[in-house]
Design a protein around this ligand. Sequence first.
Ligand code: 6YU
Length: 504
Amino acid sequence: AAARPRVLIVGAGLAGLGAAQRLLHSRRPSFDLRLLEASGRVGGRIRSGKLSGKVVEIGAHWIHGPSRGNPVFRLASEYGLLDEDALSEENQRVEVGGHPVGPSVCYSSRGQRLSPDLVDSMGLLFASLLEESRKFLHADRVPAPSVGQYLKGAIAQSVTEWSEEEEEEKRLKLAILSMYFKLECCVSGTHSMDLVALEPFGEYAMLPGLDCTFPNGYDGLTDRIMSSLPKGIVLFGKPVKTIHWGSACMEESMGRCFSVQVECEDGEKFLVDHVIVTVPLGFLKEHQETFFSPPLPSQKMAAIKHLGFGTNNKIFLEFEQPFWKPDCELVEVVWVDESPLVESAVDLQATWFQKIPGFIVLQPPERYGHILCGFIAGKEAEFMETLSDTEVLTALTQVLRRATGNPQLDPPKNILRSKWHSEPYTKGSYSYVAVDSSGDDIDVLAQPLPEEAHNSKPLQVLFAGEATHRTFYSTTHGALLSGWREADRLIHLYDVPDSPHAML
Ligand code: 6YU
């Protein structure tokens, strides 16, 4: 009988699990499959945690664009993981390009509530300029290298039209815009919008549907996929050290030839026909020199170096009593002395918390009690990881006392936060297309090895993971689709009736 093609998947996040599920469901051929996972759990950047018994998301938060075109939405619906509102046709039809926020409150660092009209008008200005910045895809002439520089140029232009206004009001408007820049850094997972390339910015695709969450945790999705796989197929605590590829043949005692040898940190070695690499771009950036032997082709190494991978962290604060109204969905903080048009040196120790644009209120209170989720991106997010829970809690209590103008505000009773930059097998949050890179780099990263189309041992190393999806990078649906894409590549290799590999 023909030997079954032996496949190894590195990483049991959504991309790896999706690829495994697809390969195992293929009728022809039947794959001999295993997954190696460095950590002790499946899900990777999908990770739900508990704060006083309530489910909170340490990693992925929403299904972006939950509608039929989104495979994560389809799978989550099939598994019965979403609530009625999310499943409704009406919810799926909403075209918002991101998720709108309901009632919110915006405080200034001087302890005042800012006028919602003023905040909304700056929000609209920022959103329209951001929309403009998506229009340069494939343009002959691009006005600036980065989204940040483009936005700042357009804002400087707007300011000239505010000339009738009081200086104080102008300063406040710029401070509000500064808060929106920080929010956008969280969305893009970058330290600064100056690092995000302008020309390819419009290539990121948005699906219809009002973003929704998983009432019982995002990790219900990866747990369900996991339970559909044969028992024992994932080996946990098995970090891969080096992937040896490109040799014509590596013999196994039974007399079969394999083209790839996967070596683990603990010394164990696996001989396989194909390996699907789903490790995060952050991990690749740090280890690409030693992770592949021979090293990757120079174009691929350049793509790994130039594509962006930043940090976006979450800080959950649980309060005994809310200081916000029951229906409030967002608490924003504007630091009045800031302006996106003025570059100032950052003293991380003294001001890291000023990078937090605001806190989402976990709704409804009947489910969550009184929990805020702060977002923070970039170097300040990485600095925050070096502090203790107490230091973070103390700093944020001071921020909220100052913003609300209530020096007696009770500190939160509990804190839980992510530390994605310190995670050795992630090294950040998600990818973005950085200045000096483009969507072509994403495609280069996704290209399997060896490159020669007619190699007698094709598809030795395949690449999946969110950073390999050209239009849905940085999302769970991008990750899932990338896993399916690489599984299909292998299925197709063996499915061609006159293919020599079908005889393997
Ligand atoms: C989404 C959202 N979301 C917030 C935060 C984070 C992310 N995302 P994995 O890392 O999961 O798996 C790899 C595995 O490999 C892992 O288990 C490792 O342990 C293992 N591994 C590594 N090295 C190994 C080795 N050597 N050996 C063996 N194993 C090894 N996505 O759809 N909605 O709300 C958010 C958010 C804080 C951190 C998110 C969100 C991103 C997703 O979580 C992420 O893409 C996937 O889970 C990745 O799956 P994977 O399998 O590829 O890797 C224009 C424009 C703008 C563009 N951006 C706008 C988009 C907005 C993105 N939004 C994000 C927002 C939040 C809040």
